[in-house]
Design a protein around this ligand. Structure first.
Ligand code: SAM
Ligand code: 2KA
Ligand code: SF4
Ligand code: MG
Length: 209
């Protein structure tokens, strides 16, 4: 890669952009809210059930100027969701400051496995067993969204819930390929443990991005 491009990436002024789209937030606390999604490439957390494996190899996604991403995003929405891939693999400071300076709210979807950066109006933390969140990240979480793929994941969810702040909203979300089996178990679990809420990937039911 050219040195100038690498420098801009290091400064967070360029990011490997996989896709951007205006849709409805399908999951978690802000379900149902219109938002512009920015999907940044690169992830090595390695979830075997990941629903965007095409995002993993950052080299497949062209380095794109953050200023261009911002000027495009604000045409669509006053709320941007930055996801991936794993957005915290990259410095989010410049992108989020620029969005906020133009009156756009910044939301993130992250595993928390990389160094914290960015200024966030909403921080959704979705921890993974293969690469746990860094200690510094738990206190940032406005929302904890645990994916339930099998029964053992309830225990992991409780362990992770003990690490976030008391105002963090707690969600259990069925892993999509196991939803027929796990959703009824999540429903029972939430009725028995009402500090949790159910989150569904509603965009997949609606057949929207
Ligand atoms: C694709 S990830 C990208 C952001 C970040 N890498 C993360 O995992 O939080 C976006 C959200 O989708 C969730 N997710 C990914 N694959 C899923 C699946 N098969 N079923 C349910 N949720 C899934 C993740 O846990 C995360 O909350
Ligand atoms: N509609 C919609 N809502 C989402 N919420 C989180 C998503 C993600 O992939 O991060 C996502 C997504 O891909 N589409
Ligand atoms: S951390 Fe997120 S993007 Fe990375 S593999 Fe897991 S679900 Fe996919
Ligand atoms: Mg998704």
């Amino acid at each position: 890669m050219k040195q100038e491009v690498q420098e801009l990436i290091d400064q967070g002024k360029m990011l490997p952009l996989m896709e951007e789209f205006y849709t409805i937030q399908g999951e978690g606390f802000h379900t149902g809210k219109a938002a512009y999604f920015i999907r940044v490439g690169g992830c090595d957390v390695g979830c075997h059930w990941c629903d965007v494996k095409e995002s993993w190899n950052a080299e497949l996604h062209p380095p794109t100027l953050a200023d261009e991403i911002v000027s495009n995003a604000k045409k669509y929405s006053d709320t941007v969701v930055i996801t991936g891939g794993e957005p915290l693999m990259w410095s989010m400071d410049y992108l989020t400051k620029t969005l906020q300076s133009q009156g756009v709210k910044t939301h993130i979807e992250t595993s928390g496995a990389y160094q914290f950066s960015g200024t966030w109006d909403w921080f959704c933390l979705s921890p993974k067993k293969t690469k746990l969140p860094l200690d510094e990240v738990y206190e940032q979480a406005d929302e904890l969204k645990m994916i339930i793929h099998n029964k053992n994941d309830f225990k992991f969810a409780e362990e992770q819930a003990s690490k976030v702040g008391k105002d963090c909203v707690l969600f259990l979300q069925p892993e999509w390929s196991k939803k027929e089996k796990m959703t009824p178990m999540i429903v029972d679990y939430v009725m028995d443990n009402p500090k949790w809420k159910v989150s569904l990937q509603t965009h997949k039911y609606l057949n929207i991005p």
